[in-house]
Design a protein around this ligand. Structure first.
Ligand code: AMP
Length: 541
């Protein structure tokens, strides 16, 4: 027997409609590229997102077409989030920190039809526009009078002249909740990046989950500052969750330094902020150096890479801010676990509580996880046994875009590539990454990209790239090289060889020369062994 309830597909449009109707006067504050503070509201964002939809109609952008952004966190990006998805197109957030060649590859693979970019990224747009073969419309996210006359990009229009004269009326189409709403590429460890394609359903369910009390505990009383970028995994879904609960949003734009973030936290009375550890390191540095305190900040979500214990201590003990350590990944929209205490922990001594807070946390309702050994056998939840972490749930990918039929799942579970323990209370802790991608300042560096460039050097026989712990950037890459017999490779010359081939920050900090790189049974480099070989190695200072 079927239930007798209304059948209504979950949709991104319902989020912006709700925010407009019930929280229309709530502020959306953005620090703009120009440096000034811009103030909008959910009602204005909603009305301008309908203008975006009309502008896309006028450009004859079809249903399901990809509309790409190269943009910081700000109100125009938010309007695109809702205007693009609600009207049935797919917002594709590109990571401007990638090398322009990688951006071109991704934009062509995604078949982006519109490219909206912040003026900061004009030089990137100028470099890539001729090679982005599917993009028909280039839109600079600025006022009409800020558009350079000689951009070199044919047909370039300013966002304001493109959308602001459009009607503010638009009837959102009724969409199948399984239709795509948003797209984000991972930096693949094996070859080219892969795209996660989120649906309206997965996005709304993820937004519900993020808002739960034991997750980010979001409400209409919050003022939320996502430092985590809207260009990667939808700023952890915060724009959607904020619309769902009617929270105020505060966007930092391009100014991510400690002083600028602190200013916004105070002037906008921010109660919750979210970001990767590197950003918080800069903020804590600023507070310490200037003897400052937080007057409003209550919680901070830290994730993307492991949060160092000293940071959790500093926020908690020095500043009275609760750290919510979170784990997730692009393929999970991205949230998988978040660390909050249970009732039975409340009377524990502080140092016992802290031991729990350091972990990546408990599963959120909707996400199921398990840890398994090499044979797929589930490992004990005793906080000691570790295994490959597998997940499943309605906001975990089923397949990658354009790789349909080649399911990454193992018996219905998505292998995360992370290695973890789980304790008896269900708290998961990442112990290692099984893959070798390097994370620097919250951004991925593909070890394979780095290796391939070294291997293109005429005198290099073999190259392996590994990450070395770094006090500021978490990790920095080094390249370990075996020269061809009878050849010598000069360190400085090899590092120079990288220039122009990948982004500057992806270039290894050092090149180390060895006679051989350990090879495993399947012919793959054994990086764990290589790390052991280099256990006393120190990065150049
Ligand atoms: P991304 O897809 O770029 O979001 O990266 C996802 C990966 O980042 C995960 O598979 C983990 O390896 C790593 N990661 C994310 N959050 C954490 C965390 N809190 N602690 C340790 N590693 C993390």
């Amino acid at each position: 027997m079927l239930g007798l309830m209304q059948q209504q597909d979950l949709s991104v449009s319902s989020l912006i409609d709700f925010a407009e109707k019930h929280h229309g006067d709530v502020e959306i504050v953005s620090r703009r590229m120009e440096g000034d503070i811009h103030r909008s509201t959910w009602a204005t964002i909603a009305s301008r997102s309908r203008q975006v939809a009309n502008a896309l109609d006028q450009c004859k952008i079809g249903q399901g077409a990809r509309v790409a952004t190269l943009a910081w966190n700000g109100y125009r990006h938010l309007e695109l989030y809702f205007g693009v998805s609600s009207s049935g197109r797919v917002i594709h957030t590109l990571n401007p920190r990638l090398h322009p060649d990688q951006i071109v590859w991704i934009a062509n693979h995604a078949e982006d039809e519109v490219m909206c970019f912040d003026m900061t990224f004009l030089p990137i747009a100028q470099q890539i526009h001729a090679r982005c073969t599917t993009v028909k419309h280039w839109v600079a996210l600025c006022d009409a009078d800020k558009l350079p006359a000689d951009s070199g990009i044919p047909g370039l229009v300013s966002y304001e002249s493109w959308m602001s004269h459009q009607s503010t009326d638009y009837a959102w189409p009724t969409l199948d909740e399984n239709s795509a709403s948003c797209m984000c590429y991972t930096s693949g460890t094996t070859g080219n990046p892969k795209a996660a394609l989120y649906s309206h359903r997965s996005t709304v369910l993820h937004a519900y989950a993020c808002a739960l009390p034991d997750v980010m505990c979001l409400s209409a009383r919050d003022s939320i500052l996502p430092v985590v970028p809207m260009f990667h995994v939808s700023a952890w879904g915060l724009p959607y969750s904020a619309a769902m609960v009617g929270a105020k949003l505060v966007f930092p734009g391009a100014a991510l330094d400690g002083k600028s973030i602190y200013e916004l936290l105070e002037t906008e009375k921010v109660t919750l902020a979210a970001g990767v550890p590197t950003v918080w390191q800069m903020l804590l540095g600023h507070l310490g150096a200037n003897n400052l305190r937080f007057n409003y900040l209550k919680r901070t979500v830290i994730g993307g890479s492991a949060c160092p214990p000293a940071m959790i201590h500093a926020f908690n003990d020095q500043y009275g801010v609760e750290v919510l350590h979170a784990w997730g990944m692009t393929e999970l929209s991205p949230l998988g676990t978040l660390c909050t205490l249970k009732n039975k922990h409340l009377d524990l001594p502080e140092d016992e509580k802290m031991k729990i807070r350091l972990k990546q946390g408990r599963a959120i309702f909707g996400i199921d996880f398990k840890i398994v050994d090499d044979n797929g056998k589930e490992q004990a939840h005793d906080g000691k046994a570790y295994g490959d972490l597998l997940v499943k749930g309605p906001w975990v990918i089923q397949e990658y875009f354009k790789q349909e039929g080649a399911s990454p799942l193992v018996d219905g579970w998505f292998p995360t590539g992370d290695v973890a323990t789980v304790d008896a209370d269900g708290y998961m802790q990442i112990t290692d990454r099984s893959k070798d991608v390097i994370k620097s300042g919250g951004e991925w560096i593909s070890s394979i990209d780095v290796e391939n460039i070294a291997m293109a050097h005429p005198d290099v026989l073999m190259a392996a790239c590994i990450g070395m712990a770094h006090p500021k950037w978490d990790e920095r890459p080094i390249v370990v090289v075996v020269p061809k017999p009878g050849k010598t490779v000069v360190r400085e010359e090899l590092l120079k060889f990288y220039e122009g081939k990948i982004a500057k920050w992806q270039i290894p900090d050092d090149a180390v020369f060895v006679e051989s790189i350990p090879i495993g049974a399947t012919g793959k480099m054994l990086k764990t062994k290589l790390r052991e070989m280099l256990s006393t190695y120190q990065l150049p200072s």
